[in-house]
Write a protein that binds this ligand. Structure first.
Ligand SMILES: Nc1ncnc2c1ncn2[C@@H]1O[C@H](COP(=O)(O)OP(=O)(O)OP(=O)(O)O)[C@@H](O)[C@H]1O
Ligand SMILES: [Mg+2]
Length: 232
């Protein structure tokens, strides 16, 4: 099992999936054989965001042979999503042990091929998926995603505590939607009321590795994540 880089956050909608995909691309660009595990059982967005077709996803579930899933090759990345297993039942509510079983199956019973690193896109929060991943994988480190808003920092602060308790190293954090740069004059405008500095995850000792602007085309680029990829 390759080292797992878990992209996590206390909050939904802050850009975890966008960051996980961009980080996987940045690692691939450095010549690492990179996998991308979509562990968001409640909202598997990776297939859609990478344009993986339904038939390719269906083919990946072979249900024969030693591995039950075949990672789908996209852009030189090896991708497996819980969405492949769920098929049309996406959004199904799964709790407790079942979620962990699905995650274990995805992680261990996917034919990943040879990988140097596996990026995992997690659902928001500090629930059973996060804890399951820590138990299932041998080497996990975390990259946190926040926006400048105080709630995002408060909720992710709880994730920091849980990760530290589980002895998961935190590589650092990415501040997403950090500002909007005016396309005309370049002036930076804040989109959120920023959290007071002493109520941020930075104040908890998490290093800010990158600040990604809000972009009208919604992209987070591999170049944005270069400072994170450099640490791997
Ligand atoms: N820097 C950005 N600029 C503009 N839009 C962005 C940026 N980052 C992410 N988005 C958009 O914000 C939305 C939420 O992003 P994303 O799905 O990556 O977040 P998430 O944290 O994974 O959400 P969830 O908790 O629902 O899984 C998406 O529509 C995405 O395209
Ligand atoms: Mg997501």
């Amino acid at each position: 099992m390759p080292p797992v880089l878990a992209v996590a956050s206390g909050k939904g909608g802050v850009g975890k999936t966008s960051v996980a995909i961009a980080l996987a691309r940045a690692l691939r660009d450095r010549g690492l054989r990179t996998g991308l595990l979509d562990a968001d059982l409640h909202g598997p967005d990776v297939p859609r965001m990478l344009g993986i077709r339904r038939d390719a996803a269906a083919r990946s579930v072979t249900l024969t042979g030693p591995s039950e899933l075949e990672a789908v090759e996209v852009e030189g990345l090896r991708v497996a999503s819980v969405g492949f297993l769920l098929g049309g039942a996406q959004g199904l509510t799964m709790a407790g042990q079942f979620a962990e079983l699905m995650l274990g199956r995805l992680l261990k019973q996917t034919a990943w091929g040879e990988l140097d690193v596996l990026v995992a896109d997690l659902p928001p929060g500090t629930g059973e998926i996060q804890q399951g991943l820590v138990q299932l994988a041998d080497r996990v480190s975390a990259v946190l995603v926040v926006t400048p808003a105080e709630v995002s920092h408060l909720d992710t602060g709880r994730a920091v505590a849980v990760l530290r308790q589980a002895k998961v190293p935190i590589l650092g954090g990415v501040e997403n939607m950090a500002y909007f740069a005016c396309p005309h004059c370049g002036e930076h405008t804040a989109l959120h009321t920023p959290a007071p500095p002493d109520r941020t995850v930075w104040a908890l000792g998490v290093s800010k590795l990158a600040a990604v602007p809000f972009r009208t085309d919604a992209t987070v680029t591999a170049a944005d994540l270069a400072p994170v990829a450099d640490l791997v």
